[in-house]
Design a protein around this ligand. Structure first.
Ligand code: SF4
Ligand code: SF4
Length: 418
């Protein structure tokens, strides 16, 4: 047995806690999770059924923790997990799961499949069975703070450019600001309009805000690859930055998993509560509008629909703020079928889009979103996650759809009343 495999089995044994043991014993094989997973529904491949993706975990549990499993193993009646098994499961655990949580939502036995996939990823990563793209993104995050390798000088160039072009202030390291904004690298490089929008909105709302030079990156590759130590390191950087600047609230940007990592998992990862509040940008915008701090133009007449990012809605619990904002902005809003917490994933979350090898599969999975979009007869699609945005753009372009994409934050900023 290789050292990596031995360590992986050890880790898999360690991660099998009481909830996992009870989940593995509770499955009634009803197949509902399979019907909730877009990789399964769009390909028809039975290997992509969520519960099947967890097979290595089930086998380790059975062989290590059940009497029947131990006897079977001793008699040579059951095959031990091999490096080959883990290599085969890499595709299932990383490429065909965005950790969207739809399977967990529908399971009648309350089995949290995403939790188990996270723990399985932990063992797989340690055994060296994580996709190269995700490993590289994680290494870049550890070394530079960003999965795309975006360093502080690049952020400063964008800030200088925005200030020169728009005359708006983008403060950096302002001690005592009320809000500290963190950004996904994609927003810094691909969508700098997001920062412009925040600068406009904060100015209009009369709020002080800042970016932090030591903690400007929101993306948490540790969560995506499934390694808690790395996830903790990334959260700690933000916590230290926020505490150093003495801010009251950290704003998580239009990035899905960054929000759940920071808001819900962060305190557990660092082992203590924060000294500041964490809000998603949609919660902040909704608060500003309801307090009358932002006045918007009359609602647009064109038909719009909205893609709910899984990590914000289903996993993050932010359901109403975006709907309140859309009501203010749009007169003809048509929700997609299966909207809100039942929405289908864009197909690129959970590190899937960081892995180039998944492109073909992502485009197949996108057919589910295409069907949802077509049902609304809307040519205007709003979302609130930079990663969803890139993945949606890819699908829209590939299927030559006549659809224009909007960021909800940018839409608010563009519709501020002068
Ligand atoms: S939905 Fe739950 S009980 Fe049904 S097969 Fe999936 S994990 Fe098992
Ligand atoms: S979390 Fe989403 S993508 Fe992953 S197995 Fe469940 S339904 Fe499929």
């Amino acid at each position: 047995m290789s050292a990596g495999l031995e360590r992986a089995i050890h880790v898999l044994k360690e991660v099998i806690d009481t909830p996992i043991a009870s989940y593995l014993n509770s499955c009634v094989h009803c197949g509902l999770c399979a019907e909730a997973c877009l990789f399964h529904t769009e390909t028809g491949n039975p290997r992509y059924a969520p519960i099947y993706k967890l097979e290595p975990l089930r086998r380790v549990y059975r062989q290590e923790y059940t009497l029947v499993g131990r006897i079977s193993r001793a008699l040579g009646l059951s095959k031990p997990i091999t490096d080959d098994d883990l290599a085969q499961w890499q595709e299932l655990v990383y490429d065909t799961c965005t950790m969207c949580g739809r399977c967990s939502l529908v399971c009648p036995m309350g089995i949290d499949l995403v939790y188990m996939i996270r723990r399985l990823r932990e063992g797989m990563a340690i055994a060296g069975h994580a996709p190269q793209g995700v490993i590289e993104a994680t290494k870049r995050t550890i070394a530079t703070g960003s999965p795309m390798g975006v360093r502080l000088p690049a952020l400063k160039v964008q800030i200088a450019h925005i200030q020169l072009e728009t005359g708006l202030d983008v403060p950096l390291d302002k001690v005592g600001a009320e809000y500290m904004l963190v950004l996904s690298s994609m927003e810094i490089i691909n969508f700098p309009e997001f920062m412009v929008s925040i600068a406009k909105i904060m100015l209009r709302a009369g709020k002080t805000w800042t970016l932090c030079s030591e903690a400007f990156e929101a993306t948490n590759s540790g969560v995506q690859i499934g390694v808690s130590d790395i996830a903790r390191l990334i959260v700690s950087r933000i916590v230290q930055g926020a505490e150093k600047l003495k801010v009251k609230t950290v704003i998580s940007p239009e990035c899905g998993h960054a929000f759940t990592a920071l808001r819900w998992e962060g305190p557990n990862l660092i082992g203590r509560p924060y000294t500041f509040k964490v809000q998603h940008i949609l919660e902040v915008l909704d608060e500003f509008c309801s307090q009358g701090l932002l006045k918007l133009k009359p609602p647009e007449k064109d038909r719009y629909t909205f893609h709910d990012p899984c990590q914000i809605v289903r996993m993050g619990g932010v359901l109403e703020p975006q709907r309140n904002l859309i009501k203010l902005l749009v007169a003809d809003y048509v929700p997609m079928p299966n909207t809100g917490k039942y929405n289908w994933c864009c197909g690129g979350g959970g590190g899937v889009s960081a892995n180039e090898d998944t492109k073909e599969l992502r485009l197949i999975a996108f057919k589910r979103k295409k069907t949802q979009l077509e049902a609304t007869k809307s040519k205007r699609l709003i979302t609130a996650c930079a990663n969803c945005r890139v993945n949606l753009e890819e699908g829209i372009e590939y299927y030559r759809m006549d659809t224009t994409l909007f960021s909800l934050t940018e839409l608010v900023a563009d519709n501020l009343l002068n």
